[in-house]
Design a protein around this ligand. Structure first.
Ligand SMILES: [Zn+2]
Length: 258
């Protein structure tokens, strides 16, 4: 049976993909992964991700500032982001990655909140979905989304959290991004949550080159591994593989309008 997949979150401008794009895209295609959405982390790679999308039909991109990549000149970057979005082309399909990360106690939470709030407003203004990174911060992300209500919703990428939190994001029009974490035996809680979500709210991702799957620890992750994520997802869902692959593919194209 032939399945087709989209890697909804792949940092394809990073090593080892840089200058090896053709071979990695081919490897992905050989596993049925036909399309990649490449988020950015801040102004330093906005050009790179948009260039990749121009160069390769398979690639779409997103523009944003990752909460752990906020620079001292973030206000200027946000202005530039607004200008870039004014002139965006149709391969720019989302704002991100952006969000909140309260993992490191020394991080500047107030600045993170202010930058994420701006992203939510830009998403509303430009009618784009958000690619959201949220770690130890779900309640604050929920609060900001409820306040601003970006209509196109988005995805909570690499989700880990409770079923209740997942459902709160879903109620706000968000999809749940599922990656290689479900390949690990120890991820019992996350697997339990993901097994219970509505299938039509799940999309797949690798977060490559990070987040290697079980059996590939210590290696760089790559977009062909979406196929493996799908196989692990199939193990914890009741639906057939055919239904799962078709549904998550359709979820991703409808979220990003591709
Ligand atoms: Zn990422």
């Amino acid at each position: 049976m032939v399945f087709t997949f989209i890697d909804s979150h792949c940092h394809f401008d990073f090593d080892p993909f840089k200058n090896n794009e053709v071979s990695y895209l081919q490897m992905a295609k050989d596993k049925g992964v036909t399309t990649l959405v490449v988020p950015s982390v801040n102004q330093s790679n906005w050009n790179h991700v948009s260039r990749l999308a121009h160069q390769f039909d398979e690639i779409y991109y997103a523009l944003g500032i990752h909460p752990l990549f906020i620079t001292p000149s973030y206000e200027r970057e946000l202005e530039n982001l607004g200008e870039l979005l004014d002139g965006k082309n149709k391969k720019c399909v989302a704002i991100g990655e952006c969000g909140l990360d309260f993992w490191y106690p020394e991080s500047d939470i107030e600045t993170q909140i202010s930058v994420f709030r701006q992203h939510c407003l830009l998403a509303k203004q430009h009618q784009l979905p958000l690619i959201v990174h949220s770690r130890k911060s779900h309640d604050m992300v929920l609060k900001l989304l409820r306040e601003i209500q970006p209509e196109r919703g988005g995805v909570i990428h690499g989700f880990s959290g409770s079923l209740q939190q997942a459902n709160q994001f879903i109620d706000l029009g968000f999809y749940i991004g599922v990656g290689g974490v479900i390949s690990y035996e120890r991820a019992k809680k996350t697997k339990m949550v993901i097994s219970q979500l509505p299938l039509d709210k799940i999309i797949l991702e690798t977060d490559a080159p990070d987040m290697p799957l079980f059996g590939f620890q210590g290696e760089k992750n790559s977009p062909d591994k979406v196929r493996n994520v799908f196989e692990y997802l199939s193990l914890i869902r009741k639906e057939s593989m055919q239904t799962i692959s078709e549904t998550v593919y359709k979820n991703t194209t409808s979220l990003f309008g591709i």
